[in-house]
Design a protein around this ligand. Sequence first.
Ligand SMILES: C[S@@+](CC[C@H](N)C(=O)[O-])C[C@H]1O[C@@H](n2cnc3c(N)ncnc32)[C@H](O)[C@@H]1O
Length: 232
Amino acid sequence: MNVTTDVQLPAAGVDLDRETRFWDRIAIRYERKPVPDEAVYQKKLDLTRQYFRPDTEVLEIGCGTGSTAIAHAPYVKHIRAVDFSSKMLEIARHKAAADGVTNVSFERANIDALQVADGALDVVLALSVLHLLDDRDRAIADIHRMLKPGGVFVSSTACLGNTMRWFKVVAPIGKRLGIIPLVKVFTVAELCDSLRAAGFELTHEWQPGKGKAVFIVARKAGSDAALAEVSA
Ligand SMILES: C[S@@+](CC[C@H](N)C(=O)[O-])C[C@H]1O[C@@H](n2cnc3c(N)ncnc32)[C@H](O)[C@@H]1O
């Protein structure tokens, strides 16, 4: 397995140590928790794989314990899977080694400080993570920059603004008590607006039920040739 060296986490507007400690603390429990709806999870995997080819270069942000990266590994060239929780990554690396997966690099990094060249990636994945970022617009703009013309951004996001707007009030209290991590409350429409504002065209939007995470495939515009190549 290609495991890169952990990188220094630069300072940011949020207390990264505190956030990281939260995810480190729950890593084992997170790994043991069953997927809430296996059929929905499998459908999201299938939908994502429509955008994969054997030479696809993928970045997964907030990869957690690596289940999705490991599941997708046979369908792509390489997945750079990043997370700032070393405990999550420890579990991910063990699982990848146990499964004999050699084309996923698990790397400790803060999503807000990722070093990726412009237009380097075919696909970026963000699963259950956009609502955990301090500035989703900046993250989405960065992802747009990192993608090749015609590249796709696949996300699945808890948009609490539609069904749990009240959470906006309790979230800062829960965070201060260390019960929950940083959580941002926004609606599906606000997320779609953020994606379009960054220059993405939304090609697939699926919410499996009221209050469920919304699955979105967003494409970066490209030349006709690049688009034809991606969809071939
Ligand atoms: C809800 S978990 C989702 C994990 C995985 N994507 C999944 O679908 O199971 C969120 C993950 O994002 C990571 N995370 C949150 N904010 C991050 C940041 N700013 N930089 C890197 N990782 C972050 C957490 O450590 C955690 O592993």
